[in-house]
Design a binder for this molecule. Sequence first.
Ligand code: UD1
Length: 376
Amino acid sequence: MRIVNIVGARPNFMKMAPLLREMRRHPEITTTLVHTGQHYDDRMAGQFFRDLQIQQPDISLEVGSGSHAFQTAEVMKRLEPVLTDVRPHVVVVVGDVNSTVAGAITSVKLGIPVAHVEAGLRSFDRSMPEEINRILTDAISDHLFVTEESGRENLLREGVDAAKIHMVGNVMIDSLEQSRPVWERSDVVEKLGLPRGGYGVVTLHRPSNVDDPATLRGLVKALGEIGRRLPLVFPVHPRTQSRLEAVDAESASAGGSGARYIAPLGYLEFVGLMASSRLVLTDSGGLQEETTALGIPCLTLREHTERPITVTQGTNRIVGTSPDRIVEEAMAVLAATQAAMARPPLWDGHAAERIVAILRNTWRGGATPTDRTHAS
Ligand code: UD1
């Protein structure tokens, strides 16, 4: 069974690592790993390959940065000959980045089935590039692996055949659990001189937050106020770097931003940092899930989430981008005692096993295994 696995950007790597590990356990599976090069800096890509012990890519497309159309088109152009050559039985794409949708379109146009891992998530905000990527990828995929019940409901509402949808849990949590012994021993907190359990972690990179100076200014102001109560550390995404420098120069003259900016961290150091924090403030999708699994309070600085289970069952609150509201919510977290939270169903570290079992069964022409969440 030949499987081509496609990764491109930072949030793809921790989703693909457990899938590759599981595929390698089955001798009948031959994998080809394609890295599109959407992210190329060592801090955004190479470090994650090492931290997650991902094999070197078999094929590097070296697409790099550019506009959405450029990036998507270049992945498609460079991927097509690879797929024509390998003729895989299935192509696996993960998440919602430009490389995801480009990989899916290229494959289906060649008549190759596509498996989408992390299907069905919807923010219902079509100004987000990721929302467009999700809708398009799901519409043409043959196997839709969902992480939470909302994913199934969204797909059914969009008319997807129920037989294509599989509730399998969350491969991000597979990575979190598989690497737990390593990140639990991380000394990143000491290296940064932070008090365990007594600091906050910030990440921001959504275009809607960082590309608009007025919004970013408001967020920096809120961080300044929270920073007076709780030390904040902010590993800065390259997209955010230059914008932040401009905005922060203004706030520095008005007393400083309150957050300590550092370079992006690798996977193991970042999870180690999050796991010992008091609070996470973010606009990332993946962090909403990881904080829920770790039991760390998370404030999401956006108007919507495509991961509602992190709110209904997890530690996440959607607080928008108004500075006053963000400060108020952060103070409420600091005043509360931390409640123990239950993990969402099947976020148990075994999602990749379920996914690979379904793919192998399909290849053999057998029936797919019973969908556990709907077996009753
Ligand atoms: C992309 C994904 C987003 C994901 C994010 C995680 C899309 C549409 N967006 O956004 O869903 O949450 O990755 O990081 O696919 N850059 C570097 N080094 C790199 C990569 C990028 O310096 O290795 C800089 C470049 O200046 C580039 C900018 O970051 O122009 C933005 O990169 P890009 O891949 O276009 O989008 P992200 O904001 O990273």
